[in-house]
Design a binder for this molecule. Structure first.
Ligand SMILES: [Fe+2]
Length: 210
């Protein structure tokens, strides 16, 4: 499409977001099914209901723009949903809490992506004097932000701590054996392991930023 004005860019974003929300409609029931924590499952189910409304609101916006609803492939959302699908694929090997923590991480990337899209569309609509559209998108933005905050609350109140202690149980088992063998006069294997982990992650960060 020709992108010659801010109006064109807004229309393009609306089409992209319409596709994104429709993809999310299909993904949320799967995320809910994969979640073990009751409040996380409910958060996904609640957001499914809101996402249906987001699709309807986008259709109203198409109406205001005097267009038929058209979806344009949103590669960003497809990628984020694929990341969530990877978590679900690998969930058989994980603890329930760790899988839930990974599901929340994936879902919050989705929410932040949507928050970005709606924020931009609101600003563009306001600039173009399309106040009705800006107001419609503000309602959705509020719900995306609330969904994001709900996911943070579930993570901070239960899931992260459970996932952290699930990991600790494994490490304690390993360390117990190591300590017994060393009689306590050798440096803890844990700190050596942590050092190598840190080195590894900082070097991979460095390679990423280059
Ligand atoms: Fe949404």
């Amino acid at each position: 499409m020709a992108m010659q004005s801010l109006h064109d860019v807004l229309v393009d974003l609306v089409k992209d977001t319409y596709h994104a929300e429709k993809q999310l409609l299909r993904a949320l029931p799967k995320l809910a099914k994969a979640a073990s924590d009751e409040s996380l499952r409910r958060a996904f189910e609640d957001h499914l209901g809101e996402t249906e409304t987001h699709v309807t609101r986008l259709e109203r916006v198409f109406g205001i723009l005097e267009m038929k609803p058209v979806a344009k492939t949103c590669h960003g959302m497809l990628g984020l949903i694929e990341e969530g699908a990877e978590v679900m694929k690998e969930s058989d090997d994980g603890t329930e809490a760790a899988v839930d923590a990974a599901l929340i991480a994936a879902a919050q990337k989705v929410e932040h992506y949507e928050i970005s899209a709606y924020g931009t569309m609101i600003t563009f609509a306001e600039t173009l004097g399309l106040d009705e559209i800006a107001d419609i998108f503000k309602e959705t933005l509020d719900e995306e932000e609330a969904a994001d905050e709900k996911l943070s609350a579930v993570a901070e109140q239960t899931v992260n701590a459970s996932a952290a202690s699930a990991g600790e149980d494994d490490e304690e088992g390993e360390e117990g054996e190591e300590k017994d063998a060393s009689d306590g006069d050798k440096p803890a294997a844990k700190s050596k392991r942590e050092t190598s982990k840190r080195t590894k992650s900082s070097s991979s960060d460095a390679s990423k930023s280059e």
